[in-house]
Design a binder for this molecule. Structure first.
Ligand code: CAP
Ligand code: MG
Length: 429
């Protein structure tokens, strides 16, 4: 008598419905297991099954089985019936399709590549409040990338040093000052003090330049504390909060999104921690899935990588992320699924990590100039200081957008020239 029923979860004749949630996996079975053995286990453990047949099973519950229905080499699609998912609950979705299955012994490695979110599921989320258009409207800047900078050293500055750095960068031509992901409220730079002093300097920079300036304030903390911090940002006249979305977790992000609705604050999503499970292309979950869930919940900006900078971000992955975040209808390829976003607004992609004036033109060429570009070390390492560093970045962007070679442009622009002398027109290692 067989006590296992995993192969019941494989149905190659199944035709998915519009309401099904579809997951695309790359599956490498352990030795002695076929791809069907492995896929059946994935569909079982992520829906209604366990390792053995059950006396509690009945026909009604059987109808809720997920089905591994399409096999193409190691790529397997699994269809999940609607009833398996709670409306508006992202942690529950992740616990289902990206939960226990990664640890199953029958699987050598497993990669969740994409999840197609059905129309009915989208209805329970608001998506970005402002999105690309709304964020650009804050600055009334429509014809170039928005520019952000993180003061470096990333932690250690006092609140006053931080605020002064902000002033220099804003006056030099940066739109957005950004906190670093590990700066929250340490003893040397308490949140309240930093926010108070930095917004004071923000106002002064606006006065001096006549341009709109803003600040991506990292509120990452315990959830109730994040809410307090978001309210403080609002009090001081900010338009953005920044959240390390993966370290705070999906539940906290959903709560903050609700709070930001009332406060009318945009959310800048930092993805610190993602590479712990996105980097190995054979195992874990793709950054695309992370970004889709973040857009669904409603972040306004999200980091997608640079291709050419200091952090691993492969070309195709970055292109897929850019297109998925900015379009209403995403067309799938071998590693991704079709996705229609209906009335969910686009999220503004952010390129960051190892960028400097000699390399930003590559980012715009490869990805797009409708993007937020963040430059930390490539600004604060400028030999003439932060203000000149900011000018150099703006000059590099102006050169690219006016179709002039960056080296040519540097002949007439001292800050850019000095930056290129330090970093060259090449990739950082
Ligand atoms: C960049 C950055 C960002 C990374 C995160 C940093 O600084 O502020 O955290 O870009 O990676 O601390 O490294 P630099 P990603 O400009 O000095 O490199 O954007 O890929 O999520
Ligand atoms: Mg950082």
């Amino acid at each position: 008598m067989s006590f296992e029923w995993y192969l019941d979860f494989v149905d190659k004749k199944y035709a998915p419905t519009e309401d099904d949630l579809i997951a695309l996996f790359k599956v490498v079975p352990s030795p002695n297991y076929s791809i069907e053995d492995a896929a059946g286990r994935i569909a079982s453990e992520s829906s209604i099954g366990t390792w053995t047949t059950l006396t509690t099973m009945n026909e009604r519950i059987r109808a809720l089985m997920a089905k591994a229905y399409e096999f193409n080499k190691n790529y397997v699609k699994v269809a999940y019936p609607k009833e398996l998912f709670e409306e508006g609950n992202v942690p529950q979705l992740v616990s289902s399709v990206a939960g226990n299955i990664f640890g199953m012994k029958a699987i050598e490695s497993l990669r969740l590549l994409d999840v197609r979110l059905p129309k009915w599921y989208l209805k329970y989320f608001k998506g970005p409040q402002k999105g690309i258009q709304g964020v650009r409207d804050i600055f009334r800047v429509y014809n170039r990338p928005l520019l952000a900078t993180v003061p470096k050293p990333k932690v250690g500055m006092t609140s006053e040093e931080h605020a002064n750095a902000g002033f220099e960068a804003w006056v030099g031509g940066i739109d957005l000052l950004k906190d670093d992901e590990n700066l929250s409220s340490q003893p040397f730079n308490r949140f309240e003090e930093r926010v108070k002093l930095t917004f004071r300097k923000r106002d002064a920079a606006e006065e001096e330049t006549g341009e709109k300036k803003d600040y991506l304030v990292n509120i990452t903390s315990e959830t109730k504390e994040m809410i307090k911090r978001a309210r403080l940002v609002k009090e001081f006249g900010g338009n953005f909060v920044m959240v390390d979305i993966l370290t705070v977790g999906w539940s906290a992000l959903q709560t903050i999104r609700e709070e930001c609705e009332d406060l009318k604050l945009a959310i800048h999503a930092h993805r610190a921690f993602h590479a712990a499970f996105t980097r190995n292309p054979e195992h874990g979950m793709s950054m695309l899935v992370v970004a889709k869930l973040a857009r669904l919940i409603g972040v306004d900006n999200i980091h997608i990588g640079t291709v050419v900078g200091k952090l691993e971000s492969p070309l195709q992955e970055v292109k897929d992320l850019y297109n998925e975040m900015t379009s209403q209808k995403f067309r799938g390829n071998e590693l991704t699924l079709d996705q229609e976003w209906y009335n969910i607004k686009p999220t503004f992609p952010v390129s960051s990590g190892g960028l400097h004036p000699g390399i930003v033109q590559e980012v715009m060429k490869i990805i797009s100039s409708n993007i937020i570009i963040q430059v930390g070390g490539g600004l604060w390492g400028h030999p003439m200081g932060g203000r000149a560093g900011a000018k150099a970045i703006r000059q590099a962007i102006d050169a690219y957008l006016s179709g002039v070679d960056v080296l040519e442009y540097a002949k007439e622009h001292k800050e850019l020239k000095v930056a290129l002398e330090k970093w060259g027109v090449s990739k950082p290692s």
